[in-house]
Design a protein around this ligand. Structure first.
Ligand code: GLC
Length: 676
């Protein structure tokens, strides 16, 4: 048979038939594979792909980093859009924007010829020192899931696989390859599971990345209970589990991974070398049925992304488009947080100043290509200096002598060097680097009009200098359009609306993970002894005042909250309680407010957080505009995980609904009862 005939024959095989049901295609393909070919599919090659099976025309399945832009190291060095990092997108509290982001990054993945994005990263911000805080989203499980789900839906709507990571409890970089997170089932259920559970149940995520670390003594990639029993059997995950890169190296043998449900060992075979698999199989250490279950999952996602389909029938890709660049700008506009604005120095009227000075380590630094696996190589990156310079044009003179300036902009923060915001190392302090502290000191001696812009991806301690500056803008790593957005905020073309997705503590010792060394950094074991009291849950419980609380962010306008109404004062079973309130923009400028809804159980039977986020809505209002905002509360919003019952439950009793502009700025509240 000549090549043409061979191709014709292959193309007629059922697994290539796009009109067939996915499961029929998967079964047909699986049944055609030899044992050796199944082994071959279980391990990667060339760092970013699976091995082809030429006999059946199975091409490599390609995957690429990273969570805020297609990485050059996994796309043949290609330039791609550098979106704002995860924590910046999270600070927008905007699920629709997360969906748009997912769609856009998937278009770029498609354009570089890949099939899966290794993101979103959703590990909970348990310690502010974690080197990858910038890549992740939040300290709160509800916000985490509400933002992860739309990213995944946006990605997979383009028939690109999302790969939610790192499952699970990879909440620090220190000793990441070896530590065991010693964590209670309740903390797993209430804090660490929710984003992954929702990713499966609400977004049908097609891939999950197993973490480097152990959880209660078992490595993430060999964790049968968390992978097979929970992720697959309990939640219904139908995609495939891929190891983090080299995450299987300290696992004892292949059969543990096979039985746990690890479908793909990356970047190359360690345990899944064919001779090891053949030996373990021949010794009966795993069955062909167990092997088939793992292979089937990978084949299923290959079919879902259309790897066997006519490329003309697949969504088109696009990269570095104006549309993606505008989206990057929009995410920064909504994710940048105004932390301080004394005497309303901001926004600055263009005609109000003639001379400004712009100083600081991060003033004109391009930071996209750092951070580790989340690096991006953008076609350009507008630094804060360039953004302010362009905005000021010939109307504002940028001078060197700070004592002569009407305003001094100090562009400070961190970077992606070791012990900053970077993978595989954690920060060692919450302080800004000493040279930056000295700069603030120095400048404040000759000019009181200091505006600090922070370029960073994790909380900064400010006690020693916050009173020396008039305004503070938390700009995170705001993507390639960031400099324009910072300038737009400074000069008032954008009204900042971001809210902190994690607590900024006054000092590290106030953070729950830093009460004892065994909690952090730990050693072989990291004891999650704070249990469910992560982030604001802990600060509330201990009555500690944070520097800036979860959910905090200022605006150039003000909002009035009034007239909270409950459609009933008691509900039971599967009924819904409707909470409404009026929100009015009482300032002179349009702006967006993120209304937050927290639930508090009054006199709970067991230890519970004082309040937990159970709803939020981003509301844009013109000056003097008033909108009615409505939330639907079900018993899920009241529930907690009972370790004795080994299930979620709700107690009858008294509850309070708290409506806030931040977790520490509750504007309205009302009581209600829940009865069985
Ligand atoms: C890295 C990271 C993971 C990344 C992978 C591939 O070590 O932990 O997030 O996707 O390896 O670069």
């Amino acid at each position: 048979m000549n090549e043409k005939q061979e191709e014709k024959e292959l193309s007629d095989l059922p697994f290539r038939n796009q009109d067939l049901d996915i499961e029929q295609r998967v079964n047909d393909l699986l049944n055609r594979l030899t044992l050796k070919e199944k082994f071959k599919l279980l391990a990667g090659r060339h760092r970013w792909e699976t091995k082809p099976i030429d006999r059946l025309g199975i091409p490599p399945f390609l995957m690429t980093d990273g969570p805020h832009g297609v990485a050059p190291h996994s796309s043949g060095g290609k330039e791609c859009t550098y979106f704002p990092v995860g924590i910046c997108r999270a600070a927008s509290w905007n699920p629709e924007l997360s969906f748009q982001f997912g769609k856009a990054i998937a278009e770029e993945v498609r354009d570089v010829g890949s099939h899966m994005i290794l993101g979103p990263g959703v590990n909970i911000d348990r310690t502010p020192l974690c080197g990858r805080t910038f890549e992740y989203q939040t300290e709160d499980p509800y916000l985490n899931k509400k933002l992860a789900v739309p990213v995944i839906k946006g990605v997979q709507g383009e028939r690109i696989a999302a790969c939610i990571k790192h499952y699970i409890c990879n909440n620090q970089e220190k000793n990441r390859y070896t530590y065991s997170a010693e964590v209670s089932q309740r903390a797993l259920e209430e804090i660490y599971f929710p984003a992954y559970k929702a990713a499966v149940e609400e977004a049908d995520v097609w891939s999950v990345m197993g973490s480097y670390n152990k959880i209660n003594g078992v490595y993430g990639c060999a964790h049968k209970r968390l992978l097979k029993d929970v992720l697959m059997d309990k939640w219904g995950f139908r995609g495939f589990v891929v190891s983090d890169w080299n995450a299987t190296h300290l696992i004892d043998n292949p059969e543990e991974c096979i039985k746990a449900g690890l479908s793909l060992e990356m970047p190359r075979a360690k345990h899944y070398k064919r001779r090891y698999l053949k030996e373990a199989y021949s010794q009966g250490k795993f069955t062909e049925e167990e092997l088939d279950e793992d292979v089937r999952r990978l084949l299923r996602v290959m079919c879902l992304v259309g790897i066997f389909d006519d490329p003309k029938t697949l969504p088109r890709g696009s990269r570095n488009t104006k549309e993606h660049q505008n989206l990057a700008r929009k995410i920064a506009e909504q994710g940048i947080v105004l932390l301080k604005n004394e005497d309303n120095v901001l926004p600055i009227e263009m005609g109000q100043v003639q001379k400004i000075a712009i100083k600081g380590t991060n003033a004109d630094r391009e930071l996209a290509e750092g951070g580790g696996s989340s690096a991006v190589k953008p076609p350009y990156e507008i630094t804060p200096f360039k953004g302010i310079q362009k905005k000021g044009g010939n109307k504002i003179e940028i001078i060197d002598d700070v004592s002569e300036a009407d305003f001094v902009f100090l562009i400070l923060g961190l970077d992606h060097e070791e012990h900053n915001d970077v993978e595989n190392s954690d920060r060692e302090s919450l302080e800004l680097p000493k040279d930056q502290l000295d700069l603030i000191d120095e400048v404040s001696k000759t000019n009181e009009n200091i505006v600090v812009v922070l370029i960073n991806g994790s909380p900064i301690k400010m006690e020693s200098w916050i009173n020396k500056v008039k305004a503070i803008i938390e700009a995170w790593y705001p993507g390639q359009e960031g400099g324009h957005v910072i300038a737009d905020i400074i000069f008032g073309d954008i009204n900042p609306s971001g809210k902190l997705p994690l607590t900024f503590p006054k000092q590290l010792a106030d953070s729950p993970a830093h009460i004892t060394d065994k909690r952090y950094p730990g050693n072989e074991k990291v004891f999650y002894d704070e249990d469910i009291f992560v982030g604001y849950r802990y600060f509330d419980k201990e009555g500690i005042k944070p520097l800036f609380p979860f959910g905090f962010g200022l605006s150039f306008t003000s909002f009035k909250y009034e007239n909270i109404q409950l459609d009933k004062t008691e509900f039971s079973g599967d009924e819904t309680l409707t909470v409404s309130l009026d929100l009015e923009n009482i300032g002179e400028r349009e702006g967006a407010e993120i209304v937050q809804l927290y639930i508090q159980e009054i006199e709970p039977k067991i230890k519970r957080p004082e309040k937990e986020l159970r709803g939020f809505e981003r509301v844009f209002l013109n000056p003097k505009q008033k909108n009615k905002i409505q939330f639907e509360i079900t018993k899920d919003a009241l529930s907690y995980y009972d370790e004795n019952l080994k299930s979620w439950t709700v107690d009858a009793g008294k509850y309070k609904v708290l409506i806030g502009s931040s977790s520490r700025d509750i504007r309205l509240e009302s009581n209600f009862n829940y009865k069985e």
